[in-house]
Design a protein around this ligand. Structure first.
Ligand code: IPM
Ligand code: MG
Length: 372
C-alpha cells in the first residue's frame, strides 16, 4: 500500500502536458503515492453533458489530495458548440468544474504564492515575495445569478431598493442579477488562514483587499472581520486598500507587500497581476485548500492554441506539486523541488519560449528532476 492516494485530473489543452511534467518531478522525488486518473473537462461535457462527472466527485472523496491541470471552458470547434447547445436544450448548463469543485469540497482557501526567483528574465522587479489568500467559495462566485430575473424577485428588489435604483422600473427580462454573497464564517476563515500563515512563516504584514468604500455590506463585513481578527495577532501589521488602488500599488511597490487576503473576485484579479510581476502565468501556482481535501493547480487556463505542442512553461504546475507536498507534510521533498526549480531558473540553460528559450515543457521537468 502506498502512503498517499492522489487524484490526477489533467483536464484538457495544455493541462495534460503540464501535469505530465509535474509527474516527472514527483516520480523523481520518490513520493510514495498512487496516482488515480479522474475524468474532467470539456470532453466530458460534450460526451456526457457534465464536465465534472459524478465518478470524479467520488474519486475526490477518497483521496489525500489532487493535482488538476486546466479545462477549456469554451467550445473549441463549431461542431462541439452545436452539441453543447443541444445538451443545453436538454436542461444541461455549463458550470466551471473548478468553481464547482471548490464549492462542493469546501476548498475555501485559494493560496497563491508569487515569488521572483533570482535570474528569471521575466521578473518585473527582484525580491518580490507575495502570498495571496483568496476566498474560494463565495462572493460573486456564489453562483446566485438570474438572467432574466424572476418576477417575484424583481418586484421584491424594486420594493426594497432605493428610489434611484437603475432597475426600479424595469421588467426582470430587462436586466441580469449576480449576487455577491459573503458570509461571516467565509470571511473569518480565510482571514484567519492568512494571519495564521503569516504567524507560522514569520511574515510581518497582512494586506486586506476590498472595496468597502462602495460595496459597503459585503466588503464592509470583510474589512471589519479582518480588523477584529488582526487584534489577535499583535506581532503582525494589518493594512488595507481598495481593489482599484491595490492594483496600482502592486505595480508601483510590489516589494512592500507580504501576505494579502481578499474576497474571491478581487483575489482572482490580484493573483493574475501578481503572477505577471514574477514572470506571468507560467509561474502562477495555486492551492485550493479545505479542511479535508486540497487540490493543486497552475492558475493558468488550458491555452487551446498551444495544446499538443509541449511548449508551455510547466514551472507553475511543478510549484503546485511542491505546494501539495507541503500540504501533505512532505516538507523536505517540497523544499528540494523548490530549490531545484530555483536552480534551473537561475542557471538559465533550459528555458521555455516565454523565457526566451526553445526548451519544451518536458525538458524543464527533466532539468528540475536532474537536480533532485
Ligand atoms: C482561476 C481562474 C478560474 C477562476 C476560472 C478558470 C474559473 O481564473 O483559478 O483564477 O476564476 O477562479
Ligand atoms: Mg483567475
Amino acid at each position: 500500500m502506498k502512503k498517499y492516494k492522489i487524484a490526477w485530473l489533467p483536464g484538457d489543452g495544455v493541462g495534460i502536458e503540464v501535469l505530465e511534467a509535474a509527474k516527472i518531478v514527483l516520480d523523481r522525488a520518490a513520493l510514495d503515492a498512487e496516482y488515480i486518473h479522474g475524468d474532467i473537462g470539456w470532453e466530458f461535457w460534450c460526451k456526457e453533458g457534465d464536465a465534472f462527472p459524478e465518478r470524479t466527485i467520488s474519486l475526490l472523496q477518497n483521496v489525500d489530495a489532487a493535482m488538476f491541470g486546466a479545462i477549456t471552458s469554451k467550445p473549441a470547434k463549431e461542431a462541439e458548440h452545436e452539441l453543447a447547445i443541444a445538451l443545453k436544450g436538454q436542461g444541461f448548463t455549463y458550470r466551471s468544474p473548478i468553481v464547482r469543485m471548490r464549492q462542493l469540497f469546501d476548498l475555501y482557501t485559494c493560496l497563491r504564492p508569487c515569488k521572483a526567483y533570482p535570474g528569471n528574465p521575466l521578473n518585473y522587479k527582484e525580491k518580490i515575495d507575495l502570498v495571496i489568500f483568496r476566498e474560494n467559495t463565495e462572493d460573486l462566485y456564489a453562483g446566485v445569478e438570474f438572467s432574466p430575473v424572476p418576477p417575484e424577485l424583481s418586484s421584491k428588489l424594486s420594493e426594497l431598493s432605493k428610489p434611484f435604483a437603475p432597475f426600479k422600473n424595469l421588467n426582470g427580462d430587462e436586466y441580469a442579477l449576480s449576487c455577491k454573497v459573503n458570509t461571516k464564517k467565509g470571511c473569518e476563515r480565510i482571514i484567519r488562514a492568512a494571519f495564521e500563515f503569516a504567524k507560522k512563516n514569520n511574515r510581518k504584514k497582512v494586506t486586506v483587499v476590498h472595496k468597502a468604500n462602495v460595496v459597503r455590506a459585503t466588503d464592509g463585513l470583510f474589512l471589519e472581520t479582518a480588523k477584529s481578527i488582526a487584534k489577535e495577532y499583535p506581532g503582525i501589521t494589518m493594512d488595507d486598500a481598495n481593489i482599484d488602488a491595490m492594483t496600482m500599488w502592486l505595480l508601483k511597490n510590489p516589494m512592500s507587500y507580504d501576505v494579502m487576503v481578499a474576497p474571491n473576485l478581487y483575489g482572482d484579479i490580484i493573483s493574475d497581476l501578481a503572477a505577471q510581476l514574477v514572470g506571468g502565468l507560467g509561474f502562477g501556482c495555486s492551492g485550493n485548500i479545505g479542511d479535508k481535501l486540497a487540490v493543486f493547480e497552475p492558475s493558468h487556463g488550458s491555452a487551446p492554441k498551444y495544446a499538443g505542442q509541449y511548449k508551455v512553461n510547466p514551472i507553475a504546475t511543478i510549484l503546485a506539486a511542491k505546494m501539495m507536498l507541503d500540504w501533505l507534510g512532505e516538507t523536505d521533498k517540497a523544499a528540494s523541488i523548490e530549490h531545484a526549480v530555483a536552480e534551473v531558473i537561475r542557471e538559465g540553460r533550459v528555458r521555455t519560449y516565454d523565457m526566451g528559450g526553445d526548451a519544451k515543457t518536458l525538458d524543464i521537468a527533466r532539468a528540475v528532476a536532474r537536480k533532485l
